[in-house]
Design a protein around this ligand. Structure first.
Ligand code: UDX
Ligand code: UDX
Ligand code: ADP
Length: 465
């Protein structure tokens, strides 16, 4: 080991594995990169001739994939073959929050990670470097090591932690020029050699000073910490948004004023209807669970409040709609602009839209959704996953539209849930003309021009003012 890497396998062709490996392949033509997944449909979509059908939408991703696919980037369901041939194996499978048993609702479900480790151990006939790419609780590498060492064929494994810091919607950009790459490994000589082998891969396009190396535990914990700090900023500004609404302060002005303090900085201070995505909530709950398991109750409570605040922000947004619409939305059409958890992605995991919709469905509203990248079946699946009412009821009360003007037609109110740029460019006069009056807009992302809308005749409400 420690030799130059020429063959990489990645288990998991999702939002993290797909873009990350595509960029590695594009930047390292001498490395054969094979991405495997159990999900046959997903692999077929990655191999689709038509690049519009890739399973992950990210600006710039299709170009990168078309550049490398078939040359040194391959997508396949032949997991064992790819593991066998690789010198380095990335584990990039999902680690959802447990929905059953001990730690239900908080702990990360590591069953997919364990399955991967067992499969790698069973198949490997020579020494390999195993890289944890998925976000994992601190000390997961210990479990992975134990499985590899106890079920393998006597070959040697090095385990590295290399957490992904890309944000969806800017994944390609983040991968091409990351603030930093973090690699954690064992402190002994073999561990350091493995770290170097992976660092050399990234050094093909990333300056060495941005490649940070630590021990495994620091690396695992840094990922959770980074997401917790980012989410905390959003919850902090969201907490202030509610106070702004009561006091006449404007949250955007407050954010600008504090953001110019270089100790605070301007980023991640955008008040919203609440953060979503596959990472923030999951990672914080995970952190809470880990803290509790060490008996650190104050630490756990401190971080849990970030999630509690986020839930509150979603619930209060829905409550404001109900209250403003004369305390009843029963039978009223409410148009949702946006369903994805942020713009420029088709990912809807933990999106604020889901919970806001659920709250309004409790009140018997009819929800009409338009999102430029999210289809009806995903919206229904997200609602059904909550298990708060039957599939049939969800399908009856919530409908997806292909056209934003159709979604808004005859609506009593419009709620902006995602900050897609195109929403700003719509013909708002046309939308107004076709709505019930008074026509309400609730801007959960503070992207619309409030003055323009008020001049047209809308009753305009925005987070934090
Ligand atoms: C603070 C604000 O920084 C300043 O802008 C405002 O005008 C007044 O309040 P001050 O209280 O004088 O200033 O000191 P500051 O440097 O902010 O430190 C406050 C406390 O936080 C100190 O006890 C300091 O030791 C502690 N601190 C600060 C840390 O423990 N860690 C840090 O990283 C920074
Ligand atoms: C996040 C981290 O940014 C990334 O480093 C990590 O690897 C994975 O988790 P992601 O979930 O893709 O990335 O998106 P991010 O841009 O962080 O946004 C998360 C959520 O916070 C979104 O719902 C977004 O709309 C919301 N948000 C973000 C705000 O509401 N206000 C902000 O100022 C910033
Ligand atoms: P992320 O956002 O972390 O990338 P995704 O859910 O988008 O999460 O992707 C994870 C992928 O990992 C899924 O496509 C899933 O089918 C795949 N996967 C999970 N377990 C295994 C496994 N044991 N072998 C191969 N693929 C797996």
């Amino acid at each position: 080991m420690g030799n130059k890497i020429t063959n990489i396998c990645c288990i998991g062709a999702g939002y993290v594995g797909g873009p990350t490996m595509a960029v590695i392949a594009a930047k390292c033509p001498h490395i054969k990169v094979t991405i495997v997944d159990l999900n046959v449909a997903r692999i077929a979509a990655w191999n689709d001739e038509n690049l519009d059908n890739l399973p992950v939408y990210e600006p710039g991703l299709a170009e990168i994939v078309s550049q490398a696919r078939g040359r040194n980037l391959f997508f396949t369901t032949e997991v064992e073959k790819a593991i066998d041939e690789a010198q380095m194996i990335f584990i990039s499978v999902n680690t959802p929050t447990k929905t059953y048993g001990l730690g239900k609702g908080k702990a990360a479900d590591l069953k997919y990670i364990e399955l991967c480790a067992r499969q790698i151990a069973a198949v490997s006939k020579n020494d390999k470097i195993v890289v944890e790419k998925s976000t994992l609780p601190v000390r997961t590498a210990e479990a992975v090591r134990s499985i590899l060492d106890n079920t393998g064929n006597g070959v040697k494994f090095q385990i590295l932690s290399n957490p992904e810091f890309l944000a969806e919607g800017t994944a390609v950009e983040d991968l091409l020029s990351p603030d930093r790459v973090l690699i954690g490994g064992d402190t002994d000589e073999e561990g350091q050699a493995a770290i170097k082998a992976l660092a050399d891969v990234y050094a093909e396009w990333i300056p060495r000073e941005r490649i940070l190396t630590t021990n495994v535990w620091s690396s695992e914990l840094s990922k959770l910490t980074a997401n917790a700090f980012l989410a905390q900023r959003v919850s902090s500004i969201n907490a202030m948004s509610e106070l702004c609404e009561k006091t006449g302060a404007d949250v955007n002005e407050v954010a600008r004023a504090i953001g110019m303090d270089s100790r605070i900085g301007p980023k991640f201070l955008k008040a919203s209807v609440g953060f979503g995505g596959s990472c923030f909530q999951k990672d914080i709950l995970n952190l809470v669970y880990i803290a509790k398991s060490y008996g650190l109750n104050e630490v756990a409570d401190y971080w849990e409040q970030v999630v509690i605040m986020n839930d509150h922000q979603k619930v209060r947004f829905a409550a404001k709609i109900v209250k403003t619409l004369y305390n009843t939305v029963s039978g009223k059409k409410i148009a949702f602009l946006g369903w994805a958890f942020k713009k420029d992605t088709n990912d809807t995991r933990e999106s604020a839209a889901i919970q806001v919709a659920d709250e309004l469905l409790y009140e018997q509203a009819n929800i009409a959704v338009f999102d430029p990248k999210v289809e009806e079946d995903k919206i229904q699946a997200d609602l059904n996953y909550l298990d708060t009412r039957t599939k049939e009821e969800n399908a009856k009360l919530a409908t997806a539209f292909q056209d934003p003007y159709e979604a808004c037609k005859d609506a009593h109110a419009i709620a902006v849930l995602t900050e897609w740029d195109e929403f700003k460019e719509y013909d708002w006069q046309r939308i107004y003309d076709n709505m019930k009056k008074p026509a309400f807009v609730f801007d959960g992302r503070a992207i619309l021009d409030g003055k323009k809308l008020t001049d047209i005749g809308f009753v305009f409400h925005v987070i934090g003012k």
